[in-house]
Each structure stands twice: as structure tokens, then as C-alpha cells.
Design a protein around this ligand. Structure first.
Ligand code: NPW
Ligand code: ADP
Ligand code: K
Length: 514
């Protein structure tokens, strides 16, 4: 599913009106109609007071149109207008006129806190103050209005986007954002819904189809896109009946040091469960017994050193390499990584301490094989790209690095981003239970395994992140967030593959007869 910027959505609106020969007020009517349908389906005429707070732009126009539709269907509605300027949009004015035609209870013009209404906890608030046209932080008494709404426990429904959030820009004032319980957004979700600083204001959203021009939506390159099951399913490659383990790649995994051998155990198990044909694990001598005992399927290649990694021989040409998990950052390890990069041309997975070493020796960037996948967690990412000012600055820094060195870099967390040259993919699986030690090691093993099986690096990254989150979701469903461990995620990798092919149950017809 594509994510468009506010600018692209305005363009889509314009083209839609042009091609479908409708006015922007007609399009607004369609949009408000979709919100009305959503509410009407759920409320079934219930006389719960609905307070609609409108701004003076088109988001406010949506609110007015919705108010009219609800009034026409007998709902108990109060409409308020934040009358902070005379500069009202055309569609707002048209709908302001139209609502006055259907009710004597005209919208109440608010010009300060004295005009704020009391809201009962069981009422419903509709937030139509600002949409994607927000250009600056909400200030003055309008901000006080936002605080007033936020102080109410009433259910808050935001139209298009919670007021105070920019569709694709940083949060300007976290206090001045409507804390909506649910957001009904038009056509496609907005970037803000998926990034940590702004996403927290959008706990639940639904995208309502308002019939924007399909050709524009298909042909326009989005700013990002969300990875959903059908896309991942389309990447999956069926196994050939006559295949053998040599067909599924030989992954070399290098890492571990005294006290952190578990990382390699987790990665190795995850790699095998993700389907690579052969796995060789390169660990310091002290890790040999641990690995051979915990992961009997893997071959082990001991380092020359007892406690750390000092060389990673690849003269036997593994299909690909995943390096860095629990590896430590000793000087001899840095040398081993440099040699590994110099001797390898194929893309590899680079994680954890290998990333920390690259941060310390920035000239190593030049020798990373092109197409490699870097899997930093937020701390490692900061060391790689420097301190960012906001989520968008973070993305920009990562994009530049990807483009400069032709790399794929993950921005891990809720909604992990997979960023490659010219592309941003947003993962849709995963949960806070996955914020647990070793969960990233499982992910590196999975991506390394997919890479070894011949999936293109960008596909391996997207697929690995999706399946990892899906396995985490199944673990959380069974265990609850707190009890999710990296091993529990790993043990559900098989389920995450099977789930790709599970058909959704058809909707139950509650009115059906026996
Ligand atoms: N046909 C269509 O186009 C459709 C559009 N649709 C709807 O339109 C919405 C976008 O509408 P919009 O562009 O009118 O912007 P909106 O968010 O209502 O506010 C803009 C106004 O607020 C002002 N302003 C901004 N920030 C401010 C601040 N902090 N404090 C104070 N003022 C501030 C700004 O003033 P300015 O920045 O120019 O000074 C301007 O006057 C979209 O989200 C969707 O709901 C749907 O109906 C589908 C069809
Ligand atoms: N709140 C969250 N929601 C979804 N996924 C999360 C969340 N927190 C962490 N994760 C996922 O868990 C993994 C954690 O990786 P990382 O921090 O590298 O773990 P470790 O270093 O312990 O192996 C990442 O894949 C990340 O996307
Ligand atoms: K809004």
C-alpha cells in the first residue's frame, strides 16, 4: 500500500476532479459521506451526542458536511467552528451554507476558551480542526481547545489526520496534537502514522476509499509503501521437488565472543529455520562446543583466537555471510572485518558489533560489498549516521548513506523501515513484545538465510523483516507481550511462513439460517 505526501494528495485531488469532472466540493461530499457511513454503520442511529469541531479549511469543510449528513439522519449533533481567522476555504464556506439549510441549530462560532463546550465522557468528539494542510504548530486559544479536547475521556475520532500532526513532517508541538482514539484517513495512510514520534498519536486508523484517480495512484511513485502479506507472498519461491540442500545456499555466520555466544546460537537457529541449505558458523574457539551443542545442524569453523574473532576465512566461497552478532569490537576483530569485506563481493548481512566497528572506522564504508543489508538498532544507527533531529532527518541521513554506498539499511523498531536506494518500505508486522534481547539476532539470521537462498537483497530484507514480525505476533498472541523472547520468536518462524498461505476466513453472516 502506497503512502503519498500531502503535496501528492493535493495533486491527486486536483487530477481526480479534472478527470471525473467533479468539483472539489463534490469530492468533499464523497469523503464526508464515507465518514458518515463508517459512523452510521457503527452507531445505528444511537442518540449519543456527537460534537464536531471544525477548522476553517477543507478539513473543517469535511466536518461541516459530516455534521449535515448526521443531522439529516436524526443524530444528535453539535457543530463548533474554531473561528480564529476570516480566511476560510471555498469548500468550507459552501458547506457552512449547506448545514444552515438543514438545521436551526447553526454551528457555534468559538473565538476563545469561554466558548469551549462541556463534553460528557460518554459523548463522541469528531476532530475536523486541521487536516493535511497544517503548516505550523497550533498556537494560542486553538491550542487550548486541543488541550480541552484532550482532557476529555470522550471517544475522539479524527478526520483524515489528528489535528496538529503534519502528514509528512516532524511533530511541531506534541502538546498541541489531538489525542484521537481512531483516525479515518482519506484514500491512503499518511507517513506520520508510522514513525515513532508521530505514530504514537495514531493508535488506530482506517483508510477510506474516496475514489481518487486510480491511474494517478498507480503511476505515481510514493514517498514510501507499506509491506503487506500479498506482497511478501508474491516474493516467496516455491521449493523444487528435486532440489537438494546445495540449491538453498551455504550461509557463513560470523560472530560471538566470550559471554555473548547466545547471539550466534539465536541467529544460527533462525537461519536454519528460514531455509538455508547449509550453515557454517565462525566463532572464537571458546564458542565451539556451545554452538555444536546448541545447533547440531550447523558446521562450526573455529577462529584462531580463543576468546575473540580475529580472522574470518572465506576461501571456500560461502554463498553469503552474516556478520557481527555478539562479536565484540576488539582491534583484531576490526581487522578481520576489513579483510572479509576485501575478499567478498556478494552482498552480506552486517549487524551489531560489525556496525559498531564500521562506525569507528568510517573508511570501511567504501569496502562494504554493494547491496549489503545493514541491520542496526537505534543505538547502532545513531553511531552510523549521527544524532538526528527528528524521524524525517533520520530517514534522510539513512537514505543518503544507502545511495552513497549502494546499501540497504533497516531502521528497526515498531514499523521497521527497509531503506534502499530510491525506496522506503514500511513493515506492518511486529509488536512491542519483540523489544527483547536477541530479537535482532534472530532477524539477522533470517535475512542471511534468505540471501543465501538466492533472494535479491532488497527482497530478503523486506521478507525477513515481515516474517520476523509475523513470528513475533504469533508469539505475542500465545504468550502475551512480556513473555516473548527471541527464542520464542525463532520457534515460530515456521508458522510465519505457513501464515503467508493461510486464507482469511470469509466474513460470518450473522443472519444466516441453520
Ligand atoms: N478536494 C479536496 O481537496 C479534499 C480535501 N479533503 C480534506 O481537506 C483537508 C485539507 O484541507 P486544507 O488544505 O484546506 O487544509 P486544512 O488542514 O483544513 O487547514 C488549512 C487551513 O488552516 C490554516 N492553518 C494551517 N496550520 C495552521 C495552524 N497551525 N494554526 C492556524 N491555522 C493553520 C491554513 O492557513 P495558512 O497556513 O494558509 O495560513 C489554512 O487556512 C484534508 O486533510 C481533508 O480533510 C477531503 O475533503 C477530500 C477532498
Ligand atoms: N516496539 C516494537 N514493535 C515492533 N517490533 C519491535 C519493537 N521493538 C523492537 N522490535 C523489533 O525487535 C528487533 C530488535 O532488534 P535489536 O534491538 O537489534 O535486538 P538485539 O540487539 O537484542 O538482538 C527488531 O527487529 C525490531 O524491529
Ligand atoms: K483532523
Amino acid at each position: 500500500m502506497k503512502i503519498f505526501s500531502a503535496e501528492q494528495l493535493y495533486e491527486a485531488d486536483r487530477i481526480t476532479c479534472e478527470k471525473q469532472q467533479i468539483s472539489s466540493t463534490d469530492l468533499m461530499e464523497r469523503a464526508a459521506g464515507q465518514i458518515f457511513n463508517w459512523l452510521n454503520t457503527r452507531m445505528q442511529g444511537a442518540q449519543v451526542p456527537i460534537h464536531i469541531f471544525c477548522g476553517i479549511g477543507n478539513n473543517g469543510g469535511d466536518g461541516l458536511a459530516l455534521g449535515r449528513m448526521l443531522i439529516n439522519h436524526g443524530y444528535k449533533v453539535e457543530v463548533y467552528i474554531a473561528n480564529f481567522t476570516d480566511k476560510r476555504s471555498k469548500c468550507f464556506l459552501i458547506n457552512y451554507g449547506r448545514i444552515k439549510d438543514v438545521t436551526k441549530n447553526w454551528p457555534k462560532l468559538m473565538s476563545g476558551p469561554d466558548d469551549f463546550p462541556e463534553i460528557h465522557p460518554d459523548d463522541i468528539i469528531v476532530d475536523a480542526l486541521f487536516g493535511i494542510g497544517l503548516t505550523r504548530a497550533i498556537e494560542g486559544w486553538v491550542k487550548e481547545l486541543v488541550l480541552h479536547l484532550n482532557s476529555s475521556p470522550a471517544f475522539k475520532l479524527a478526520i483524515d489526520i489528528p489535528s496538529g500532526l503534519s502528514a509528512n513532517g516532524p511533530v511541531l508541538d506534541p502538546e498541541g496534537v489531538v489525542r484521537a482514539n481512531h483516525t479515518l484517513t482519506f484514500q491512503t495512510p499518511k507517513m506520520a502514522f508510522f514513525l515513532p514520534k508521530s505514530g504514537q498519536f495514531v493508535p488506530y486508523f482506517e483508510a477510506l476509499d474516496i475514489g481518487l484517480d486510480p491511474q494517478y495512484l498507480i503511476e505515481t511513485k510514493p514517498m514510501a509503501s507499506i509491506v503487506l502479506k500479498p506482497e511478501v507472498k508474491s516474493f516467496y519461491r516455491q521449493r523444487n521437488k528435486y532440489s537438494h540442500k546445495g540449491d538453498y545456499g551455504h550461509l557463513l555466520m560470523a560472530g560471538g565472543n566470550q559471554g555473548q555466544m547466545g547471539a550466534m546460537v539465536l541467529s544460527s537457529q533462525a537461519a536454519l529455520r528460514t531455509g538455508c541449505g547449509l550453515l557454517t558458523v565462525h566463532v572464537p574457539k571458546c564458542g565451539l562446543d556451545i554452538l555444536q551443542t546448541a545447533v547440531p545442524e550447523a558446521m562450526a569453523q573455529p577462529d584462531l583466537e580463543e576468546l575473540t574473532i580475529s580472522d574470518i576465512p572465506v576461501n571456500w566461497s560461502p554463498t553469503t555471510v552474516a556478520v557481527g552478532m555478539g562479536m565484540g569490537t576488539k582491534a583484531e576483530t576490526a581487522e578481520a572485518i576489513k579483510t572479509l569485506f576485501a575478499q567478498t563481493e556478494q552482498p552480506m548481512v552486517i549487524d551489531a558489533d560489525a556496525l559498531n566497528l564500521i562506525s569507528e572506522h568510517q573508511n570501511m564504508f567504501d569496502s562494504i560489498p554493494q547491496g549489503s543489508i545493514l541491520t542496526p538498532h537505534p543505538g547502532e544507527l545513531k553511531r552510523l549516521v549521527g544524532e538526528w533531529t527528528d524521524d524525517y532527518d533520520k530517514i534522510e541521513r539513512v537514505k543518503q548513506l544507502c545511495e552513497k554506498h549502494q546499501l540497504i539499511i533497516l531502521v528497526k523498531g515498531a514499523n521497521t523501515l527497509v531503506i534502499g536506494p530510491g525506496l522506503i518500505k514500511i513493515n506492518s508486522t511486529g509488536n512491542p513484545g519483540m523489544a527483547t534481547a536477541g530479537s535482532g539476532d534472530v532477524l539477522s539470521g533470517m535475512i542471511g538465510s534468505l540471501l543465501a537462498q538466492g533472494y535479491e537483497p532488497i527482497i530478503a530484507a523486506i521478507m525477513g523483516v515481515y516474517l520476523h514480525g509475523s513470528a513475533g505476533n504469533m508469539a505475542a498472541t500465545e504468550l502475551g507481550f512480556e513473555a516473548v523472547t527471541a527464542s520464542e520468536i525463532s520457534s515460530r518462524i515456521s508458522e510465519s511462513f505457513l501464515e503467508l498461505f493461510r486464507e482469511e476466513a470469509p466474513p460470518q453472516n450473522s443472519g444466516s439460517k441453520e
